[in-house]
Design a protein around this ligand. Structure first.
Ligand code: HEC
Length: 137
């Protein structure tokens, strides 16, 4: 009897942990990576490192350069909802006067944007990822 209880508990714990790691479904991340390459890489870089000198320099139009999305910038200070907004509707969605290079991607579905976000998070250092998940779940 005791043994059955222990077994059942173990199964429940396993199921719960399987659920909580569903965000890291490798298919979602692979799909997100493909979408990233297609839509974001040209500015944010092949390693999500952003454009060189992004903090200090401007591009030839006087616009700010693309920041890193790899965890070294401030991406992780934004909630998933806000990041989805920025990606879908551009920075205009949080600053109506915005005229820079981060325009929206309204061609992408919400699901596609979520998978890009999962890909972005997947390259963050483990501690950052954990902190972010704790703050936003
Ligand atoms: C034409 C260049 C360009 C493309 C393409 C582009 N971005 Fe950006 N992105 C920028 C720039 C520049 C900024 C910084 C905004 C500013 O200060 O003007 C930015 C800002 C951001 C931010 C907010 C910054 C942060 O760290 O919170 C996120 C998130 C982001 N981009 C994600 C994406 C994703 C995802 C894609 C692809 C779907 C993408 N961007 C495509 C140029 C680009």
């Amino acid at each position: 009897m005791g043994m059955v209880k222990i077994l059942l508990t173990a199964i429940v714990i396993l199921m719960l942990s399987a659920c909580s790691s569903k965000n890291y479904d490798p298919n979602i991340i692979t799909n997100g990576e493909l979408l990233y390459v297609e839509n974001c890489l040209s500015c944010h870089g092949v390693n999500l490192q952003g454009q060189q000198n992004w903090l200090n320099a401007l591009d030839e139009d006087g616009h700010r350069l693309a920041p890193p999305l790899n965890g070294s910038g401030h991406t992780w200070h934004h909630s998933p909802e806000m990041l989805s907004e920025i990606i879908k509707y551009g920075l205009k969605s949080i600053d109506s006067k915005y005229e820079g290079k981060m325009v929206g991607n309204e061609n992408l579905t919400d699901e596609e944007i979520l998978s890009i976000l999962e890909y972005i998070k997947s390259v963050w250092p483990e501690n950052l990822k954990k902190e972010y998940e704790t703050n936003h779940e």
